[in-house]
Design a protein around this ligand. Structure first.
Ligand code: RUQ
Ligand code: CUA
Ligand code: CA
Length: 636
C-alpha cells in the first residue's frame, strides 16, 4: 500500500517497525476495535479499516516563505491546552511570535507572581494550572474587531479575557455552580455582548454532598458571560451534558452539542444511545425570561438561572448521531454543523428553520437538511467561504473537504458526490481552522490542522512527543500540505485573524488600567512613579519604589528588616520600543517583566537576614549584566 511506503520512508531514520505497525494503523485499529469490541458502535466495519488513502502529496513549500524582515498576513492565536497559556503565531510562516500566560504561572513575565497578574487571577491565583481550549476573537457585525480574545479553562471552570492591544490577560471569571467550561464561542451579531460557555459535567445542585449517588438528579448549565464586565449574565439548566457550541449571525440562536444524553457516569454509559442531540438556545427568549424575573438562584450565587430542560420555551433539542463533538456555524450564516464523532456523519442544521421549530410548526429533525457521511471520527468542521466545509476525521487521520450544497442535494435524494477530497494528516487531528472562518470574511486561503500525534515526523525528543500543527493551502481546488509545525502541549484550537484586524500597542500608556491599582497605591504613598525612588515603611510592610532606565535601577540598594513583607514597584521610564527590563530578587522566587512605560510590582517576605542581590533579567543594554542592586535584610 502506498501509504505504508510513505510512512516507512519517514520511519527509516529512527526505527525498524514492521510496515503494518505504523502509528497510523495502530491508533486507528485500537480506536475502532476498542469501541466496536464493546459492541457499541455500528457502521465502523472492518472494511473501512482496510481502506488505504492515497499517499500524501510531497510537501509543497510554495507560498509560505515569509522572508526575514517580512511580516505574516495573519495572526494566529493558539490555545495552549493544559499548559494553560495562549500562543501567538504568524501565519503562514507558523513562526511563534509571543506567549500569553493565562491560567499558568509564567517565569519570564511573572504572570501569577506579580501583583498585577494576581489581582486579575483573583481568588483563583491559588491555582497554578489550567486547561485552555478555545480562543475566540471579539466581533462586531460578524467580523473580528480585534479588541479581545476569550478563552476557557476546563480544569478550573474559568473564562479569561485577553486584551489584544497589549496581548495580556485582563480579566478572569470563575463560573459558579458548574464544573469544567469546555465549549466557548462569542455572540457574533450585532456584536460580542455575550461569551457563551458550556459547562461539561453534570453535578448535584447544590454540590454540597447531597445527591452524590443519584446521577439522575445531576445537571449542568449553559452560561452567558457579559463580555465587557466579565460577570456571568445568566445560566440555563439543560438535560444531558454540553460539549461544543457556536452562535448564529442573527444574534438570536446558539447551539451546543451534547454527547451524554444518557447522563452516564462511565464511558460505556455515554455510548448507549444511537443519537444524542444538539440543544439550541433562544437568546432573545432567555433575556426576556430573565428580565421578567422568571429565574432562580443557586447557593451563594446571584446569577439568574433559567430552566432550559426539555419542554422549556427557551430551548429545543435536535437529535443527532452519536456522541457529537464540534459545533460550527457556516460563515454564510445558514447552518449549524454538528460533528458526529462516533458516527461517520455530520448533521447540517438549517438555521432559517429554527424560528419555525421554536414556534412548534416543525419537528426537531425537520431542521436537518443534510447528514453527509465523511469518514471515521468527525470532530470539527471549518469553512472556506466558497461553500465548502473541511472536517477533521480523528480516526482516519484525514481532513475531508466536502461541498455543503451538494450534501443537501444528496440528502434530498439526488445522485451527487459531495466529497471533494480527503487529505492525510499526521496524525489524529482534533480542531482544524481556516483563515477568518468564524466571520463573514472567511477567505479560504489557509487551513491549520491540529494533529495530536507527531510520531515519525520530527527528531525524537524522548517519550513525550510534540504535537504537529499542519498548514494546508486551501486556496486552490486541491488542499495542499505545506508545513509541519511541532508544538508543545496542547493546542486544542486556534483562530486566524487578518493582520490588519489587530492593532497592538508598541509601548505601554502610563494610564493603562492594567496597573492602575499599583499607580493608586503609589499616589496614596505620595510617590510619583515617573521619577521617585523611595522606601515607605508601613508597620511590617515595606514598599520600595524604583525607576528603571537602561542600564540602572533608580535604587541600587534598600534596607528592610527580617520578616518584613516587601513590595517592590518598578517603573520602566524608557520610551524606546522593545526595551523591556525585568526584576529578579535572588533566592526569593520573584521575577517579573517591566516593559517600556510599564509599572509592575511584586510582594514577598524578606524571611532571611543578609544581602540579597536583585538584577534585571530581560536583556536591555550592553551593561545589562551590571543592572543590579542589593537588598540588605537586617536580622530580626
Ligand atoms: S473540543 S477536547 Cu476543542 Cu475538540 Cu476541547
Ligand atoms: Cu534592564 Cu536588563
Ligand atoms: Ca451518547
Amino acid at each position: 500500500m502506498k501509504e505504508e511506503d510513505n510512512n516507512e520512508s519517514n520511519n527509516k531514520s529512527n526505527n525498524n517497525e514492521p510496515q503494518n505497525n505504523t502509528r497510523r494503523h495502530f491508533l486507528r485499529n485500537t480506536a475502532v476495535t476498542g469501541v466496536a469490541g464493546a459492541g457499541l458502535v455500528s457502521g465502523f466495519g472492518a472494511a473501512s479499516l482496510l481502506n488505504s488513502h492515497s499517499a500524501q502529496a510531497a510537501s509543497d513549500k510554495k507560498g509560505i516563505e515569509v522572508a526575514p524582515g517580512e511580516l505574516d498576513e495573519y495572526y494566529g492565536f493558539w490555545s495552549g491546552g493544559h499548559s494553560g497559556e495562549v500562543r501567538v503565531l504568524g501565519v503562514p510562516s507558523m513562526r511563534e511570535l509571543m506567549r500569553i500566560p493565562v491560567f499558568n504561572v509564567d517565569s519570564a513575565t511573572g504572570w501569577g507572581i506579580s501583583n498585577e497578574s494576581r489581582r486579575i487571577l483573583g481568588e483563583s491565583a491559588k491555582f497554578q494550572a489550567g486547561d485552555a481550549h478555545h480562543p475566540h476573537v471579539s466581533m462586531t457585525d460578524g467580523r473580528y474587531d480585534g479588541k479581545y480574545l476569550f478563552i476557557n479553562d476546563k480544569a478550573n471552570t474559568r473564562v479569561a479575557r485577553i486584551r489584544l492591544d497589549i496581548m495580556k490577560t485582563d480579566k478572569i471569571t470563575t463560573i459558579p455552580n458548574v464544573q469544567a467550561i469546555h465549549g466557548l464561542r462569542l455572540q457574533k451579531v450585532p456584536h460580542t455582548k455575550y461569551v457563551f460557555a458550556n459547562a461539561e459535567f453534570p453535578i448535584p445542585q447544590i454540590n454540597d454532598g447531597r445527591d452524590m449517588e443519584k446521577p439522575e438528579n445531576y445537571y449542568t448549565m449553559f452560561n452567558a458571560i457579559d463580555a465587557e464586565t466579565m460577570e456571568v449574565a445568566w445560566q440555563v439548566i439543560v438535560d444531558g451534558n454540553l460539549d461544543n457550541t457556536d452562535a448564529d449571525y442573527t444574534g438570536r440562536f446558539v447551539a451546543s452539542t451534547c454527547y451524554n444524553s444518557e447522563k452516564g457516569v462511565t464511558l460505556v454509559e455515554t455510548m448507549r444511545n444511537e443519537r444524542d442531540w444538539v440543544v439550541v438556545f433562544d437568546v432573545a427568549a432567555i433575556e426576556k425570561a430573565v428580565a421578567a424575573k422568571k429565574f432562580k438562584t443557586l447557593g451563594d450565587s446571584k446569577v439568574p438561572v433559567v430552566d432550559g430542560r426539555k419542554g422549556s420555551e427557551l430551548t429545543r433539542y435536535i437529535p443527532v448521531p452519536k456522541n457529537p463533538h464540534g459545533l460550527n456555524t457556516s460563515p454564510d450564516g445558514k447552518y449549524f454543523i454538528a460533528n458526529g464523532k462516533l458516527s461517520p456523519t455530520c448533521s447540517v442544521i438549517a438555521i432559517d428553520k429554527l424560528a419555525d421549530l421554536f414556534a412548534d410548526k416543525i419537528k426537531p429533525r425537520d431542521t436537518i437538511v443534510a447528514e453527509p457521511e465523511l469518514g471515521l471520527g468527525p470532530l470539527h468542521t471549518t469553512f472556506d467561504g466558497r461553500g465548502n466545509a473541511y472536517t477533521t476525521l480523528f480516526i482516519d487521520s484525514q481532513v475531508a473537504k466536502w461541498n455543503i450544497a451538494d450534501a443537501i442535494r444528496h440528502y434530498q435524494g439526488e445522485e451527487v458526490n459531495y466529497l471533494r477530497q480527503k487529505l492525510d494528516v499526521h496524525y489524529q487531528p482534533g480542531h482544524n481552522h481556516a483563515s477568518l472562518t468564524e466571520s463573514r470574511d472567511a477567505d479560504g486561503k489557509w487551513l491549520v490542522v491540529l494533529s495530536k500525534f507527531s510520531k515519525d515526523r520530527f527528531l525524537p525528543v524522548g517519550p513525550l512527543h510534540p504535537e504537529n500543527d499542519q498548514l494546508i493551502d486551501i486556496s486552490g481546488k486541491e488542499m495542499k500540505l505545506v508545513h509541519d509545525g511541532p508544538t508543545y502541549a496542547e493546542p486544542h484550537d486556534c483562530i486566524l485573524v487578518r493582520a490588519d484586524q489587530i492593532n497592538p500597542l508598541k509601548i505601554w500608556k502610563r494610564d493603562d488600567p492594567f496597573f492602575a491599582e499599583t499607580v493608586a497605591m503609589a499616589k496614596e504613598d505620595g510617590v510619583t512613579l515617573e521619577g521617585d525612588n523611595k522606601v515607605i515603611r508601613d508597620g511590617k510592610k515595606v514598599r520600595v519604589y524604583m525607576t528603571s532606565v537602561a542600564p540602572t535601577f533608580g535604587l541600587t540598594e534598600f534596607k528592610v528588616k527580617q520578616g518584613d513583607e516587601v513590595t517592590v514597584v518598578v517603573t520602566n521610564l524608557d520610551q524606546i520600543e522593545d526595551l523591556t527590563h525585568g526584576f529578579c530578587m535572588i533566592n526569593h522566587g520573584v521575577q517579573m517583566e517591566v516593559s517600556p512605560q510599564q509599572t509592575a510590582s511584586v510582594t514577598f517576605v524578606a524571611d532571611k537576614p543578609g544581602v540579597y542581590w536583585y538584577y534585571c533579567n530581560w536583556f536591555c543594554h550592553a551593561m545589562h549584566m551590571e543592572m543590579f542592586g542589593r537588598m540588605l535584610v537586617e536580622p530580626a
